[in-house]
Design a binder for this molecule. Sequence first.
Ligand code: ACM
Length: 380
Amino acid sequence: MDGLDDGPWRVGVLFSNTGFMAVIERTQIQGTLAAIEEINAAGGVAGRPLQPVIYDPASEPANFARCARRMMVEDQVRSIFGCYTSSSRKAVLPVVERLNGLLWYPTVYEGFEFSPNVVYTGASPNQTCVVLCQYLMPRFGPRFFFVGSDYVYPRETNRIMRELIGANGGTVVGERYLPLWAPRRDFRAAMAEIRAAQPDVIFSTVVGESTTYLYQSYADLGMDPKVMPIASITTTEAEIAAMGHDVGEGHFTAAPYFASVDNPRNAEFVRRLQARYGSDVSLNMCFEAAYFQVHVFARALAEANTTDTDLLRPFVMRTEIEAPQGRIAVNPLTGHTDLWARIGRCNRRGQFDLVMQSTRALRADPYLVGTGRTFGECVA
Ligand code: ACM
């Protein structure tokens, strides 16, 4: 039995609606609430609606931890949909572990983590970094420059990328980090440094509002994405809308989902959400993962009939659903999600033309155990 008897199922919603990460985390709020609205319109779960408890941690990891604790201690929430940055996830981790909650984390990240108190529904490095290198190196060349925001996700992702590039005969010609709140002029200086190093590809792990500054600095210097593109695993349709379509055009992103994914389920998803939220609703990988993970939760909850983490988790771990990206599954071996791998090149309309996609969901391999470092061994 659930502690809240016959009342609504309370769930936490913990993404930033303000601060330098709001540009992207708002898409995760929207995706979460869209799914909750759909589930409630269809009668809820076991006749009980989902009731979101929403806090705004304002892009500060310490606030994420405080809000998560408050949700669990004062609001009787056990499942929390939340976190974009890996630093916010790392701040919430001890809270959900100590209080035995379940954090549903819908964001691409650096891997090399496992907690029984987290369901990882964003992409792991084998579903992003490996396929991106494999696509770009033969087409643009082996010399990479890394530019990133200064926190755990960029530094760890670049460690993985350096290993992959090296194992395939490439080199990293520079590596530069800027604070999450760095002003635009700092990106101008960084981009001048990058241009001077003459890499074949700029790999960006810059996130949030400063993504705009990076790409705009590139455009300001008159650089050409046909020759030296920026490649990323976090720059989505939302950041492109913020920076300007002309600024994003020609650059690459690897992700499980783009709004342009061509399948009947996604066509219906896009149509329905545009009808509900307007044609400029920002559908991207973050919205989609935030959306489908609530459906995974609802499916497991219908079977478990409780939000108690120990009782709910076994049902989560065997859930497979048709998501807008295609059929996905939470992998019980790792608690991570088997997802599709895709690479898109941004076009003038701010959407991504798909230049490569897998034919099925790739098994999540967060520790890169079963994924070879050289492309001959890769499974894309
Ligand atoms: C991230 O910090 N996982 C994008």
